[in-house]
Every structure is written in C-alpha cells, then in structure tokens.
Design a protein around this ligand. Sequence first.
Ligand SMILES: [Cu+2]
Length: 367
Amino acid sequence: MTSKPNRRVLLGVLALGLCISPLALAHEGEDHGPTAARADAHAPIAVMGDHMHSAGEWMISYRFAAMSMSGNLYRGNSASSDWIAENVPNTFFGMPGQPPTLRIVPQEMDMTMHMAGAMYAPTDWLTLMAMAMYMEKEMDLVTYQGMMGTARLGRFTTRSSGWGDASVTALIRLYREGTTQVHLNAGLSLPTGSITETDQVLTPMGMVMEMRLPYGMQLGAGTYDAMPGITYLDRRGDVSWGAQYRGTIRLGENDEGYALGDAHQLTAWAAYQAAPWISMSARLAARTQGAIDGRDARIMGPVQTADPENYGGEFVDLSFGVNLIGQSGILFDHRLAAEFILPLHQDPNGLQMERDWQFMIGYQKAF
Ligand SMILES: [Cu+2]
C-alpha cells in the first residue's frame, strides 16, 4: 500500500546519480579551471544550517522530502485497529455523541514537502538563511460502526496541502581554526502555515461531515518559534564529521489556543569522500518533543489525533546519505544530495502512528 509517487522519486534519484557519475568521472584530471568545492563540504542534506558561506556569497537550494507512516504504536507497542477501537479511551467521552473508545483509526499517512531556501553571507562571520516550505499531507482512516464492537463502517482519506511555516536564521561563526569550525544557529520560525484546514470525515454514525482536521494534519504550528542551535564541523583527509543541536521553542500559544510541544534534536554524522565529486554519509539523530499544550476547541472526535496528549515522544533515526557535486563543465559546482532516514527507535507519547521511513533529496547552487 506504500504510495507509488515515492517509489518514483527513489528511481529518479538513482537515475540522476547514474547520470552525474560518468560525467564527473570523465572530466576527472582534465579540469584546469577553478576548483569546485568538495562534496563533503556540506553535511547530509537533511541537516539544516550546517554550513556557512564566505563574504558576498549566495546560495539557493531546493529540497524535496517524503515521509511515510503506517500502523499504530500504543505506549511503545504495536496495536491493531480492532484492539484500538475496543480498548483505547476516547478523551472526549461524556460530551454529546462521543463514544467511550476511539472509533476512527488512522491506517496510513504520507507527507511530502517542498522546501526552497536562500543563503547570503554579508560578511565572513555571518550567514543569513531563509526558507519557505510547501506541504501535502494525506491520511487514510477506518471508521468503526456505532459505539462499540469491531464492525467496520468504511475507510476514508483526509488531505491537506499548502504553505507550511517559513523560517529565517542567522549563522554566526564562533570558532575556526584549521579544519575545525563551530557556529551558532539563531533561527525564528514564522507562523505562515495554516492551522485551520478542514476535510470530510466519516463518523461512526455513518454521516460524512466537514470538520477541522486534527493537529497532525495541519500545515503550520501557528506560533513563532525560536530555533536556537550550535553546529560543529571537522575533517581529516577524506573523512569529515560534524554534530548539531537544534531546538524548537514555541513562543506563546497560537490563535486556536494551543502550542505544539518544544523539540530538541541532537545529530552527529560522518562522511567519507570517495572522490572530490562524491561523499557518502551515515548519521544518527535523537529527537525529543513534548505533547501539545492546550487544545483547539474545534478539533474533536473519537480519533487519536484529536487528543493533544498523542503528540511528541522520543525518536532515534539512522540515515544514509550521498552528496554529489559537479567538478567541471555544465555541472560545475552544482550540488545534488539525498538522504534516506530510517527509525532506529521510536517511543511516541500515548497512541500514534508508527514512522516507517523518510527520504530527502536536495539541489544546491552557490554564486
Ligand atoms: Cu549554503
């Protein structure tokens, strides 16, 4: 049931990689022009704000990301849909028409993101960065008939799409000595993404109603968020490594009366540069995020995603990536990178969908 567009993306990446490699190889050793940057001068593509630029330099970037989830985890263990429908309490029970247990159970979720970024360094110790994002979310759910039992009424799909939250970041150099570099990431996320998306929902009573979608299907946080961070980079020969901390601290609550949980992420990676045009990386990332604080009075229903407690948790991911950079000809200094992200450990709060994988591909060009 995994969606076909995602497979097409994977094939596309492989094809691009195959196209670039012979070209880069063919020109190796006959390049008398300016030297291109190293492939491993940038961190794996899913790490944001990893590098700085020299004074006067610009960079534009485009990233595409896909993420897939299926099945459910309840307090860390796999839970079947039927079991959830009969056993997990509905936090809205007691309000008119609300059944005692959850009667609508998410089956699958797919998310895609398009991210456009620009970087500019007014001076050597400062690089400015802006990012905008467009997202598409899709969730398949099963509705169980009535107030109890495991009779399935039907399956339906909810969708949302539009601009997500934009961000602006200043990267401030703290230290550079030889190959060792450390910089601060001072970011601000702007509430440009919608938090009032609606779609049609099949209720346990068999009605189809237009409702506000749960928190996880909204496109933005609705809050200004501080994004502090610090990044460390180093290298020896063809091996490079780095580490980054990044926080997301919600500054107050949004117009609908809640704030997503604060998040903290620590990631570390190592890359091996097999040739100047290609480096391969492995990366570990640990992330912790709090549950949602407050609630949106319009988000209600016998479904896990309507409960603010069923958000956040602790997650550890393992990623494998490749960075390519053209060394000559028309590909000179064009970067293409991809990263495949697998969950190593997931301990989501309450009841949440299980994360399967994430994938990101990005293009970058400096001027
Ligand atoms: Cu850049």
